[in-house]
Design a binder for this molecule. Structure first.
Ligand SMILES: [Zn+2]
Length: 409
């Protein structure tokens, strides 16, 4: 047996991310961090037991529920210094027209290498899937998915305007998506009034249902027309049965609803099992702009209100150094460090880590929920010097264990 096939680690872990044996029920620590000893062998955890005292912090390897690897690191060549949504779209279109397989290869490989070192175990990436750069992006990313599958699970989402799914080319793309075990995506932009968006959504959902593909929409990424897209989606869902999981990415304008409307909308979203990916960094950068003024309104998915109504909400990083957002580096801990203050989250609360871990895993339909227990993958992030302040500092030092083997820097 190689020495790395078995190991032991002590550290403090958020209580919601450890499953202790029956009958072992230590008192919940005030900071939500339980001292545990983890043992593993042959890539699997063999025991998780509380200990009197431990240093540092331990987390499971984490999940990125929303990325765009096809355009990562393109800001330098295609910047959007105005910081507006329209400016980002224009730069993205220019980038897309010049896209080559070599560029997508270089970008995605760089992104995956960073994600691996930073402790991600799964990434859902949207791919621009209409236009001259679509074919090469799919070709490269389906190949990357195969190449990386033992290290990082990659989910591919076809991103097109929703009406595209009603065309013969859309049908063809859907078969390609299904063959790659991918996700049917789409952009629905406000004000999305009238029958046309509902017809497009109905067609998209029927196609996804027929092929058994999950759905993940860019919806209500806006500073106006609050929840216009989600309302249309709910209207369609009230007339048809859909069993595949449906994710609403962004859902930013929902935060502009009054509390009563938001509560009722959240209830209907939960009834229809809609899931939400909140994207604080890209939204914080692009939305709520009023000329040169400092923004006083920051549209962002109302994470806590939706969770209170029973909606599964995960937090994602979205764009990485592309026209939509100049920062980001596929680091789940840096994402936490920035999202906690932006969304006023409390990761030390009982369910506070869920949007960054277990709910992200559930939303992606991953085999492992991300809770450390015997039989779970020996997949850890270890912060040798760490409590919450160190975790929320950028970027904290860490070591990553994947399948029971320490990842080399
Ligand atoms: Zn996105």
């Amino acid at each position: 047996m190689r020495p790395q096939d078995a190991g032991t680690l002590r550290g403090r872990c958020p209580t919601s991310l450890v499953d202790l044996p029956p009958g072992v029920a230590p008192e919940r620590p005030a900071d939500g961090l339980l001292s545990v000893e983890l043992r593993w062998m042959d890539g699997r955890i063999t025991s998780v037991l509380p200990v009197a005292d431990a240093q540092g912090m331990v987390l499971p390897r984490l999940v990125e529920p929303h990325a765009h690897l096809d355009k990562a690191f393109s800001w330098t060549d295609y910047p959007n210094r105005s910081g507006t949504y329209a400016g980002a779209m224009e730069a993205n279109m220019r980038e897309h027209r010049t896209r080559t397989a070599d560029r997508v290869q270089e970008r995605s490989e760089r992104a995956l290498a960073l994600a691996w070192r930073h402790g991600l175990r799964a990434i859902r990436t949207h791919i621009d899937s209409l236009g001259p750069g679509a074919a090469c992006s799919w070709e490269v990313l389906t190949e990357r998915r195969q190449q990386w599958k033992k290290r990082i699970e990659l989910q591919l989402v076809a991103l097109v305007p929703i009406a595209h799914w009603s065309t013969p080319e859309g049908e063809q793309l859907a078969s390609q998506v299904a063959a790659a075990e991918g996700v049917i995506g789409g952009v629905i932009e406000p004000p999305c009034r009238g029958r046309a968006p509902r017809q497009a959504l109905r067609h998209l959902l029927a196609l996804a249902e027929r092929l058994g593909c999950p759905v993940d929409l860019h919806i209500d990424e806006a500073s106006e027309h609050p929840a216009a897209g989600v309302r249309q989606l709910l209207r369609v869902l009230s007339t048809m049965e859909v069993s595949v999981p449906i994710t609403c990415s962004h859902a930013s304008s929902l935060s502009l609803l009054n509390p009563g409307s938001l509560r009722r909308l959240g209830e209907r979203m939960a009834e229809h099992h809609l899931q939400v990916v909140a994207l604080p960094l890209t939204n914080g950068w692009l939305l709520g702009r009023r000329g040169q003024a400092t923004p006083v309104q920051r549209p962002l998915a109302p994470i806590r209100q939706l969770r209170d109504r029973g909606v599964c909400v995960a937090v994602g990083g979205d764009n990485v150094q592309d026209p939509w957002f100049p920062g980001g580096n596929l680091d789940p801990l840096a994402l936490m460090a920035m999202s906690v203050p932006l969304a006023q989250l409390a990761p030390w609360d009982e369910e506070g880590m869920a949007p960054f871990s277990t709910d992200a895993a559930r939303l992606l339909g991953l085999a492992w929920d991300g809770v450390l227990r015997p039989g779970a993958p020996a997949d850890l992030i270890h912060l040798p010097a760490g409590g919450w302040p160190e975790l929320l500092s950028t970027p904290p030092q860490r070591k990553v264990l994947a399948g029971g083997v320490w990842v080399q820097d």
